[in-house]
Design a protein around this ligand. Structure first.
Ligand SMILES: [Zn+2]
Length: 475
């Protein structure tokens, strides 16, 4: 029996106004080499200064991951040469990072939680980008010096599936915190995985590291491939070589990239231009108070408080914005379950059709609540509500006004409907007689007539009641 050990190294790009050691904009997608200055391009004699916003966001993550915080955090130089790193060293943290010994509980399904230990959380700067085209290479330093937070787990994950769940739920959490957009395609969340297997009880085996994992699905696939490969090598009596491997999505295999350098190769030493960072008690108190309810807790609360479950609960809590929108709609008087169904159903459909996110649309919790209540009170039909939704999603309009403009109000007024129904019953005496003799299905025919006469605006429940009452009265 083999035991599997998987650890993840996750890098997240922090959402800050400026870079971590200079005041250049921290922005994705600008023209190459427009967000640069002497500091982030490594001119001699320049001095870095630490961005407080990046520090604040780093500590939010540390606390959300239940880390112990070092009294003194130290920035160090990680020395290596590569063209995308103009200083020839990267400012990072090594021996004394912001946070150590944390944990994150992963939901493996049906509330079955597994605690994954966090080795450390440290802040560093990103490198620039090298773009290769034909036989030329181009350098873009816009990304150089942007704040990167690295989260290193202990090798507590035991399968590709667990690693995928960890990454998905970790991403959800940092998006809740608002510290990163977590976009894996644009590289604002990157993940490397290391894996080893060994006979059960014998501890860690020789590990390999897998890179180039741009989605949580790739993480699972690459790890599953590596685990199979390790087993094959070991069972044939050979040894695993410690190395870095690249995931090739097209071929669904990993292949050797380089044998692993040890950390000594980087000749870490404390950064002389940045003083050690000592968070004040007041600063940490402020961070603690700023922490919001995290996804796992929110899921639990929404389940208990509103009785949400299954896909509805998953959908509502996937993004903080959706959960906020849901709770606000309910606070305006809409019933919880209907609200969840609307958000997961027709509202999401509008998001998909228009390509506009909920927060960018004109729909507000107040308007959605009005709409749901109108349906519930029988003022408009479900179908009419869908029509109104598509209007108030795209335009800044009041749902009540749209209902009026489009003439969608249902006729629930018994007096008005009674007259129409009585006329229809009178002009269909044979059908009425058949219903009296037990042919319940014939009511459908009369309903059809009522709908035709009212242009589809009769409240079906009220109309049906009236038909029955009038027919019985005539008996
Ligand atoms: Zn700069």
């Amino acid at each position: 029996m083999y035991q599997t050990f998987i650890g993840l190294e996750i890098h997240i790009h922090l959402l800050t106004e400026s870079k971590v050691f200079c005041s250049c904009p921290n922005k994705y997608g600008s023209e190459p080499n427009t967000n640069i200055c002497p500091v982030c391009t490594g001119y001699p004699g320049v001095l870095p200064s630490l961005n407080e916003e990046a520090v604040t966001k780093s500590y939010q993550v540390c606390m959300a991951l239940n880390c112990q915080l070092n009294d003194t955090a130290v920035f160090e130089r990680k020395n290596y040469f590569y063209p995308d790193m103009p200083k020839n060293y990267q400012i990072s943290q090594f021996e004394f990072p912001f946070g150590i010994h944390g944990y994150f509980d992963v939901d493996l399904g049906e509330g079955n939680l597994k605690r994954i230990r966090i080795h450390d959380v440290h802040l560093e700067e990103d490198a620039g980008k090298m773009i290769h085209s034909g036989n030329r290479s181009y350098l873009d330093y816009n990304r150089a010096g942007t704040p990167l937070l690295e989260i290193v787990t202990e090798p507590d994950l035991e399968s590709g599936e667990e690693a995928e769940l960890f990454l998905q739920q970790f991403r959800q959490m940092v998006r809740y915190l608002g510290v990163t957009d977590g976009n894996m395609e644009e590289g604002s969340l990157r993940c490397d995985a290391n894996v080893s297997i060994n006979e059960a009880g014998k501890g860690l085996g020789t590990k390999t590291e897998v890179k180039n994992l741009n989605s949580s699905r790739f993480v699972r696939k690459a790890l599953e491939y590596e685990i199979r490969r390790h087993k094959k090598v070991l069972s044939s009596g050979e040894k695993i070589i410690q190395e870095t491997r690249l995931w090739d999505e097209d071929r669904s295999v990993t292949s050797s990239m380089r044998t692993k350098e040890s950390s000594n190769d980087y000749r870490y030493f404390p950064e002389p231009d940045l003083p050690p960072y000592r968070p004040s008690a007041e600063f940490l108190k402020g961070i603690k108070e700023s922490l919001i309810e995290l996804p796992l807790d929110r899921k639990k609360r929404l389940c208990e408080e509103y009785g949400l479950s299954g896909q509805n609960l998953v959908f509502i809590t996937a993004e903080k914005e959706t959960a906020d929108f849901f709770e606000e709609t309910v606070s305006k008087g809409a019933p919880a379950k209907e609200t969840a169904s609307w958000l997961g159903g027709d509202v999401q459909k509008q998001v998909n059709i228009t390509g506009t996110g909920l927060e960018a649309s004109f729909l507000t919790p107040e308007k959605l609540s009005t709409l749901i209540i109108m349906v519930k009170e029988g003022k408009i039909s479900q179908n009419a509500a869908k029509k109104v939704l598509s209007v108030v999603f795209d335009e800044d309009k009041d749902p009540l006004a749209v209902v009026k403009d489009l003439g969608l109000e249902q006729v629930s007024d018994t007096g008005e409907l009674e007259k129409i129904v009585a006329d229809i019953v009178d002009s269909n005496p044979k059908v009425a007689q058949a219903i009296r003799e037990g042919a319940g299905k014939q009511i459908g025919f009369l309903m059809g007539q009522v709908m035709k006469a009212t242009g589809g605006k009769a409240n079906p429940k009220v109309a049906q009641e009236l038909i029955k009452n009038i027919i019985l009265k005539q008996e």
